[in-house]
Structures are given as C-alpha cells and as structure tokens.
Design a protein around this ligand. Sequence first.
Ligand code: FPP
Length: 277
Amino acid sequence: MKALFEVLRPDQKDWALAEAIDPNRLPAHIAVIMDGNGRWAKRRNLPRVAGHKAGVEPVRVTVETCARLGIRALTLYAFSVENWKRPRAEVDTLWRLLRIYLRRELPNLRRNDIRLAAIGRVQALPAQAREELEAAVQATSLNRGLQVNLAINYGGRNEVVDAVNAVLDEARRKGRLDSLIVDDDAIASHLYTAGLPDPDLLIRTSGEMRISNFLLWQIAYAELYVTDTLWPDFTRTELLRAILDYQKRDRRFGGLSPAGGSPSRESHFVGVGATAR
Ligand code: FPP
C-alpha cells in the first residue's frame, strides 16, 4: 500500500480513505463490470462511442490504484460474447480503443511489473486487435506484480464449457477417460483464471443488479458492490470506498462467524479456486 501514498497528499480525501483501509485484509482479486458508458454519453447528447472513449481513463486509474495497493489480480469486463450484437461501428470503436490503450499503457505496465492476460475467446477478435493484445500479453508475461485480466469476447457459460472440454481432452490424451471423475478442482484448474484466487470483491457500475454472464464460477462467494456511478465517472475515490465497504462485510462462506473474526476462504475451500499464495 505504501506505493499508493506516494501519489497522495495528506490534505486529499483519498489519503484519509487509504489510511482507513486495513492493508492486511485487502481483496486478493477484484473484478469489475464496467457499465454505463452509453448512458454517460446519452446524458451529454454525445454518441455512445464517446462514452467508451471516456471509459479508458478509469481503466488506467483502476489498474494503477490496484497496483499501488498491492492487489494480486484485477479482472475487467471489457467485451462480452453478447456485445457482438451492437452496431458494427460501436464494436469497431471498442477494438480501436483497446489498441490505443495497449499502445499507450504497455510501457507503464512493463515499468510497474504488471502482467496483462486476456480471458475469453480472443481468437475471434479482428486480426490487428488480437495481435496487439497477444503481443502485450507476451511482453508482460514474466511480470510478477498485479495481474490484469481483460475479459474480451468473454462469456461465463462459455468459460465453464471450455473448462469441461479441456478436462475431457486431457483425460482422453492420458487414456484416463473411463475412470474420469470431474470435481470442483478439475473445473477450477481449467478455467481461464486458473492459478488465481477467486474474486473477493465484484464491483458493478451504473446501478444494474445483474451478473451479465461474468465469472459465473469464480464469484460464488464474492462480495458485491454496486454503485450508481457510470463507468466513465468511476474514480480512485470510489474504488477506495468499495474496498473499505468490502472490509466491513462479514464473510461467512456459508459457515458461521467465529467470535473475533470471519472465517477465511482457505479454511472452507481447500483446493478450490487454486489459491496461489
Ligand atoms: C458497458 O457500457 C461497457 C462496454 C461494453 C465496454 C467497456 C469498454 C471500455 C471501458 C473502454 C475501453 C476498455 C479498455 C479495456 C481499454 P454500455 O455501453 O453497456 O453502457 P450502457 O449500459 O449505458 O449502454
């Protein structure tokens, strides 16, 4: 968390919020449904794509703040499998913005030890966007700080289907199909997020009370934080507030709170979610 105070001043409200955060109880993994770009633009009589353009800066701020806080993983829902239904011009703008973001931010990601990963069926992306995304993923693959997962052409049901097929393929290759027993661990270790802890905190902007096919398996016990703020207006302040709110929750994981503290995920889900630290 020390790195966050380097960019704050004691007279700023973010300083007080950061001071109130318990560094020992940070969420290991934060997931964000970035919603409301279209409404943000509409309220300003602007075309929808103006909302997406304005949505790039909060992506940058969220990544930087999570890195400075020492969060292990951040997963951002950038494009769902259903988003192809949008007008062609809007979809093309999203690919263009992705490329602009990657070009502009890659040096920062490298400098700050941030690892970029893409989750979703990225093979279906237009060639230029796919190639630049793969190059950025490759260029940061040895980084060991924050892992940023961009969920692109992502669907939670697809992810589970892909995981089951991967389990079956592996068993077939090893000649173990007849004796295969599929358990939680087998699925979790073949998800796009294998090796990462499940999200502790899921943030959704724009007030919608929906999951929208996002990380269906992994959010089983995530704490939800829904804000009316539209994504282009999402700030560091709001992210810090979401983390503070998360730290007030009583996480029981289906059990009971022991006196003096809430049970940890690890104590109830040994082997599930492949917690890597
Ligand atoms: C949802 O708002 C947002 C998206 C489908 C796209 C998210 C894209 C960005 C934040 C821009 C850049 C991203 C990266 C990773 C560089 P919506 O259009 O559904 O809003 P609405 O519900 O108000 O219509």
